[in-house]
Design a protein around this ligand. Structure first.
Ligand code: HEM
Length: 448
């Protein structure tokens, strides 16, 4: 070890505060300002203190230049649990690269025009009764919309009772809390086991159908894939991919879409500019679903989406296992420890983003372009070769959704609610809900 590189034991260790759920982005940014881009965060519940790497230079190292030192499998599998199996998110090496290459064609921006009609139909159907209801919870509504879209676009399940049931089963597997006051441990294990069996039976049935009748969605690509020896992927491998895609493909989009709509509803000046941009698209029917080129061209809405993702990033940090020793920020980090690049901490660094706690989408417009001053400053979708495979999917989906809702409705947040992004060390969501009243916009106003 070079004399200038300090040992692992001298990396500052800071305890995660008890109220961190609401304060995580600002707190991590403060620690980075105080200690530099590398420190350790001690989790009170386990005593474990992973290495945190924070800021653009750290992101560049973890995601690009130093990525060979890190395992995604060792980072993500302990967090999502072994239950869902393995997908592109929690694989390493050749296995990952082969799987990603197989699916990449289904996630290019051009391929999104194939999914857009599905997205448009689900969005219109799921939002049609909003005005008739006294209130809607944006977070719950977004979850239904994004799950319906992922289930149909990626694996060919048409929205309806069966997809609703699958969404509930995933929720049971991922979010059901164990309350020892009402449930015994055996009951909880039995309930998880039943949910898992029901979900996997439904998915395996669909996989078998697709083997018999291949299609051009992602599931079709998976069942049609052959390795060099001509072997197809087994059921377990396909199931793992499908599970991970369905989870990664809707949880995060739910959070980002909820915040985008809420932030626009509470920033009327910026909302007026988004609506003017939508109106400028013109055309005889201002309510017709937008095409892919129109969606891509929506810069004012796009900057608001980037800002929602910066301010309340759905993924708090990218977990990694360290597989070979490295030095970063003047410290030695040995193989075998856990590390994370903090997405939220980097997004709240005042040295990169002025007044980081403020919703200010113009920070991304010329001449400010705060995200472009240093590479890897804005990373809500990660970055480098393993950037989120669904980045195009999510951006097109959320812009299509926001465009429709903002043209159809005025959203008024309900009074007396504490809206907050609640974080675990890995993900965040407004899980307490965001209740709004939706009022239909008058037809002549709907253009602008
Ligand atoms: C707003 C929505 C989304 C956000 C904020 C988001 C965020 C992220 C982030 C931060 C990563 C990198 C994680 C890391 O570095 O450890 C990632 C990876 C990934 N995401 Fe997304 N994601 C979104 C939507 C989607 C969608 C729609 C899909 C699929 C349909 C998807 C599938 C994946 C997969 C498979 C990976 C792993 C890629 C790899 O390692 O090669 N995500 N996502």
């Amino acid at each position: 070890m070079s004399a200038a590189i300090k040992p692992f034991e001298s990396i500052p260790v800071v305890p995660l505060p008890a109220d961190y759920e609401c304060e995580l982005p600002g707190w991590i940014a403060q620690q980075a300002l105080a200690h530099g881009p590398i420190f350790r965060v001690a989790y009170p519940w386990s005593g474990v203190a992973p290495v945190y790497l924070v800021g653009p230079e750290a992101n560049r190292f973890v995601l690009h230049t130093g990525r060979a030192h890190f395992s995604h499998e060792q980072g993500w599998t302990p967090i999502i649990g072994p239950m869902l199996g393995q997908g592109v998110l929690n694989m390493d090496g050749v296995e990952h690269d082969r799987s990603r290459k197989l699916m990449n064609p289904g996630f290019t921006i051009a391929y999104m025009s194939r999914y857009l009609p599905i997205m448009a139909r689900v969005i219109v159907d799921r939002t049609a009764d909003w005005a008739a209801r006294r209130e809607v919870d944006l977070f719950a509504e977004m979850r239904r919309i994004t799950f319906d879209i992922a289930a149909e676009a990626l694996i060919g399940f048409r929205a309806g009772a069966e997809v609703d049931r699958m969404r509930q089963l995933f929720m049971t597997l991922l979010h059901q809390d164990f309350d020892p006051a009402t449930t015994t441990r055996d009951e909880m294990i039995a309930s998880f086991g039943a949910a898992r069996r029901e979900l996997f039976m439904a998915l395996l049935q669909r996989i078998a159908e697709r083997r018999a009748h291949p299609t051009d969605d992602i599931l079709g690509m998976l069942v049609g894939a052959r390795d060099e020896a001509g072997n197809a992927l087994g059921d377990e491998a396909i199931l793992g991919h499908v599970n991970i895609l369905l989870v990664a493909g809707h949880e995060t989009s739910t959070t980002m879409a909820s915040w985008l709509l809420y932030l626009l509803a509470t920033h009327p000046d910026y909302l007026a500019r988004v609506r003017a941009e939508l109106a400028a698209l013109g055309g005889p029917d201002c309510d017709a679903p937008l095409g892919l080129d129109a969606i891509k061209a929506l810069r004012i809405l796009g900057n608001a989406l980037s800002e929602a993702g910066r301010l309340w990033s759905p993924v708090a940090s990218g977990p990694r296992g360290v597989v070979s020793d490295f030095a970063f920020g003047g410290y030695h980090v040995p193989a075998g420890v856990q590390a994370r690049y903090s997405i939220v901490g980097g997004h709240w660094l005042p040295t990169i983003f002025a007044n980081p706690e403020r919703f200010d989408p113009d920070r991304f417009a010329a001449p400010r372009e705060e995200d472009k001053k240093v590479p890897y400053a804005l990373v809500p979708f990660g970055g480098g070769p393993r950037i989120c495979i669904g980045v195009n999917f999510a951006q097109v989906e959320i812009k299509a959704l926001a465009a429709h809702v903002l043209r159809a409705y005025d959203l008024e947040p309900a009074p007396d609610q504490a809206i907050a992004q609640l974080y675990t060390p890995t993900i965040g969501s407004p899980s307490g809900g965001i209740r709004v009243r939706a009022r239909e916009r008058a037809r002549e106003m709907a253009g602008g």
